[in-house]
Structures are given as structure tokens and as C-alpha cells.
Design a protein around this ligand. Structure first.
Ligand code: NAI
Ligand code: MG
Length: 491
């Protein structure tokens, strides 16, 4: 830890209840749950615990808000965009508060929280612009016939988001749903409900009609599952683990075949070719893995390094990792805060143990840090082989696994030998090599000479078990619309 005393400012907690119909409610079961500060392990506050009955209440509010005669449905498309833009601007107005709240609740270093708040507003603006540009098609037909399509909102959307980017995930979910004219029941992760609840107040302030957005905090098995299994929810969008993604798809099948989109985990390969600019490669690989304590779905958690540059690459990577400042996320010198929870913290330490036992070489880190909170040292394993657990499973913690390769035929086989397919990266100056690898990698996003840039116009999603459907970009709108074909005979 850089210091034992926290520079955490007092952050006033304003909203801890369930938001339905633009009003705050207590939980139907009369219970609350604790929200924990991951930097200290101490309780921040209690939040009302939503369960099945609260979800039912939210669905009823959403149903009324979606009635064909409702104020929301009567809005001009451009006016929907204006509301979303207003919400974005309120987020910008409160950037300081929201960033501090995000850092307090999620342990994200303050500059990264600041960045996230701005990206959240920018993402909403991106979607606001779409509101009056969602169109169907006029289709060719014989004379006397008129065929066209209408893109209509799906209706009531359930959205379940994780704790790693609580604000950005909210924008990725609400943005497309609202711009297409849907109504929403959103459940933030139980670890990080606070910024989402503050956003609920901003949604009301922006002027959204009651029931258009409902935010129900609660756990996964009760509150989240009540959304997944609900017979009157038309669509569900989920970001989180593969395990829960499968449960959600099953629940959708068992209930009403609601539309499902899933953004799940990854074990994303980053391939460092022999001609790579080594400085760029080392820095890119470091950030691609360690950003936000590696709690990122696209984290480059399998680093394939060409044998010709392997030794130098690992020497420089170890040097960089050892310099990484871990500690209080409010301290502006800190580069890495805590892991989100005791559970995640213990899982990650378990993976480190398994790496050691499997015979990988622990080059640095490998232990927890400090006597409170959930801090883990930046850790690097070299000599990692494809069969090891640390090379196969998503760790979601600051553990870099470095694997060596000799040929490109070999590395492509190995990179694709995974049940995941969310993202991949290539570092090379050779255009032919880059494009050949891009063509062969099985991943929803492939980045060359950079890692995980964010462009709202570019879709994100997974091949294989990393997900279903796409978020962001024009593609995401298809997930929130039904297509109606109209075929008219001119008599
Ligand atoms: P999780 O998948 O259990 O939780 C994500 C969200 O799903 C939370 O809002 C949670 O309340 C909800 N949920 C949990 N069980 C549910 C159920 N049965 N029905 C409906 N909703 C449910 O993820 P968790 O346990 O927080 O983390 C476990 C692992 O998942 C991480 O180590 C990481 O590998 C992966 N993960 C991936 C994320 C991503 O960005 N793709 C984000 C968070 C976790
Ligand atoms: Mg879980």
C-alpha cells in the first residue's frame, strides 16, 4: 500500500432505495443488504433488497409506461433523443460526485472513474443521436403492392449489469433500449448499486416519464433471476459470467422465449510478434491486462510472445509490473486499486496458487497487499503452458500469464483453443502478418498495435461462449427492435 491512511473524501450517499415509476420504494420483503467499500472491507451503507415482488411492481410500471397512449410512446423520436441527451448532460454536471462515488463503491482509481463518467455521458449522447434515425426499408414489389418494414421497440427490457464498470454498463444498456423507444428494468450488481441509483435520480430530473426506467438493486439468484424468468419481460440483456449467462438463457427458454443478449467473459489472447516495437508491446500488454486490476472482460489474459523476443519482453514486463503503484484508489499516485470483493480476492489468490502448483514460474507479485481491503500485487507468471488452469479460465485479477510461441501456424491454433472468443490483439509492424492473424482469430474484436480502444460506433461482443448478440454501434439497435413487415395491396 502506498499509504495506510486513506485519502478517501467523505462521499454523501443520497439514494439507497428501489426506483420504480420515478419514485423511491422500500423493498417488499422489508430487507436491506450491505454495500462494502473494497478498499477497507467496511460497510458503506445498506440498500433496499429487491426481490420477485419488486420486479413484478417494476414490470407493471413499465407496462403502463409502454402503453400505446402513454406519454413515452407519444413522443416524437427526436424528443426521445433529447431526453437521453439531457440525462447525459446531468451526468457531466455531476462528474465529480459520480466519480468519487464510483471509486468509493467499486475501488476504481479516481482518474479511471472520471474517465468512466465522461464515457458514460458520451455513450448516451451517441445513442441520443440515433433516436430519429432508426428506419425500416421499402422493399421492391410488383406494381399495385407496397411492402415496407417498421422497426418497433421490443417492449419491456430487463437489463442485468456487473460491478466492474457500473456506470458505463448502464449506458451501454440504457442507451440502445431507450433510443429505440423501449422501457427498462435495470438491476445493478449487488456489489455496486450506488452510482446506478444516483443515475435514477438524474433520469427523473431529465424528465423521463414515470416507469420508463426502473432500477431495482438486489442479488443475482432472487432479483436477477426474477427478471430472467419473468413472463412479461420481452427482452433481457446481461453482462457477467458465462455460468450466469447460461442460466439466463435457460430461464428465457423456460418462461416466454424473451430475446436474449449476453456479454460474457473472455480469455483473450494478445500476440506479440517478433518484429513488434518492444516498447509499445510491453506497455500495451501491461495496460491490456492490469487496467482496473484486470477486472475487465476483454483483459489480455493470455500473452503469446514470440521466442525471439521472449527473454527481453519478460524482463521489461517484470520491471514495469514491479513499479506499478497499488493502493488507495483516491490517491492520485495510485495505478491499481483493490479487487471488488472478498470472494473475488480469494478466487484470484487461488488461481495464483494453482499457477505455482502447475509449475509456471512466478516472476513477481503473487500475494495480497496490506492488512485491510482486497489488494493483490501485480503478478506475472512465465513459462505458462496451454493446459494450465491459469491459461484456460478467466481469473479477473492482476495475474499476467506469458506463453512462448515459435510459429504463426502454431500460435493461431493455440490462441483459438478456448471456449471463449471475446477479443484478441496483435502487435506487429508487418501488415500481411497482422491481417492474416486478424482473419484467423476467433474473436468478436481484434485490435492491432493497440488494445481495447473504445469507439461507440464499433460493435462489441463475443464469438463462442463469450456471448450472443452485439452491443454498441448500429448493430446494437437490432437487438432492441422487432421488425414488422407490412404488405399492402393497392386496390
Ligand atoms: P455474475 O455473473 O454472478 O454477476 C453479474 C450480474 O449477474 C450481477 O448483477 C449479479 O447479481 C447477476 N446474477 C448473478 N446470478 C444471477 C442469476 N442466477 N440470475 C440472474 N442474474 C444473476 O458475476 P460475479 O459472480 O460477480 O463474478 C464472477 C466472474 O464473472 C468474474 O470472476 C468474471 O470472470 C466474470 N465477470 C465478467 C464480467 C464481464 O464484464 N463480462 C463482469 C463481472 C464478472
Ligand atoms: Mg456470481
Amino acid at each position: 500500500m502506498s499509504s495506510s491512511e486513506s485519502s478517501a473524501p467523505q462521499v454523501e450517499i443520497k439514494y439507497t432505495q428501489i426506483f420504480i415509476n420515478n419514485e423511491w420504494h422500500k423493498a417488499a420483503n422489508g430487507k436491506t443488504f450491505p454495500v462494502i467499500n473494497p478498499s477497507t472491507g467496511e460497510e458503506i451503507c445498506q440498500v433496499e433488497e429487491g426481490t420477485r415482488s419488486d420486479i413484478d411492481k417494476a414490470v407493471e410500471a413499465a407496462r403502463q409506461a409502454f402503453h400505446i397512449k402513454s406519454p413515452w410512446r407519444q413522443l416524437e423520436p427526436g424528443a426521445r433523443g433529447n431526453l437521453i441527451r439531457k440525462f447525459a448532460n446531468l451526468i457531466r454536471r455531476d462528474v465529480d460526485y459520480l466519480a468519487k462515488l464510483e471509486t468509493l463503491n467499486g475501488g476504481k482509481i479516481l482518474p479511471l472513474s472520471m474517465g468512466e463518467v465522461f464515457l458514460t455521458a458520451d455513450c448516451l449522447d451517441y445513442y441520443a443521436g440515433w433516436a430519429d434515425k432508426i428506419t425500416g426499408e421499402t422493399l421492391p414489389s410488383q406494381p399495385g403492392n407496397f411492402i415496407y418494414t417498421r422497426h418497433e421497440p421490443v417492449g419491456i427490457c430487463g437489463q442485468i449489469i456487473p460491478w466492474n464498470f457500473p456506470l458505463m454498463m448502464l449506458a451501454w444498456k440504457l442507451g440502445p433500449a431507450l433510443t429505440c423507444g423501449n422501457v427498462v428494468i435495470l438491476k445493478p450488481a449487488e456489489q455496486t448499486p450506488l452510482t446506478a441509483l444516483y443515475c435514477a435520480a438524474l433520469i427523473k430530473e431529465a424528465g423521463f416519464p414515470p416507469g420508463v426506467v426502473n432500477i431495482v438493486p438486489g442479488d443475482g439468484p432472487n432479483c436477477g433471476y426474477a427478471i430472467a424468468i419473468h413472463p412479461n419481460i420481452n427482452k433481457i440483456a446481461f453482462t457477467g459470467s458465462v455460468e450466469v449467462g447460461k442460466k439466463i438463457q435457460e430461464a428465457a427458454g423456460k418462461s416466454n422465449l424473451k430475446r436474449v443478449t449476453l456479454e460474457l467473459g473472455g480469455k483473450s489472447p494478445l500476440i506479440i510478434c517478433e518484429d513488434a516495437d518492444l516498447d509499445l508491446a510491453v506497455r500495451t500488454a501491461h495496460e491490456a491486462l492490469f487496467t482496473h486490476a484486470a477486472q475487465v472482460c476483454v483483459a489480455a489474459s493470455r500473452l503469446f510472445v514470440h521466442s525471439k523476443i521472449y527473454d527481453e519482453f519478460i524482463a521489461r514486463s517484470i520491471e514495469l509490473a514491479k513499479k506499478r503503484v497499488v493502493g488507495d484508489p483516491f490517491d492520485m499516485k495510485t495505478e491499481q486499486g483493490p479487487q471488488i470483493s472478498k470472494t473475488q480476492f480469494e478466487n484470484i489468490l487461488g488461481y495464483i496458487q494453482s499457477g505455482k502448483e502447475a509449475g509456471a514460474k512466478l516472476e513477481c507479485g503473487g500475494a495480497s497487499l496490506g492488512d485491510k481491503g482486497y489488494f493483490i500485487q501485480p503478478t506475472i507468471f512465465t513459462g505458462v503452458t496451454d493446459d494450465m488452469k491459469i491459461a484456460r479460465e478467466e481469473i479477473f485479477g492482476p495475474v499476467m500469464s506469458i506463453l512462448k510461441f515459435d510459429s504463426y501456424e502454431e500460435v493461431i491454433e493455440r490462441a483459438n483453443d478456448t471456449t471463449y472468443g471475446l477479443a484478441a490483439g496483435v502487435i506487429t509492424k508487418d501488415l500481411t502478418r497482422a491481417l492474416t492473424l486478424v482473419e484467423q482469430l476467433e474473436a468478436g474484436s481484434v485490435w492491432v498495435n493497440q488494445y481495447a480502444p473504445l469507439h461507440f460506433q464499433a460493435p462489441m461482443g463475443g464469438f463462442k461462449q463469450s456471448g450472443q448478440g452485439r452491443e454498441l454501434g448500429r448493430y446494437s439497435l437490432d437487438e432492441y427492435c422487432e421488425v414488422k413487415t407490412v404488405d399492402i395491396k393497392l386496390t
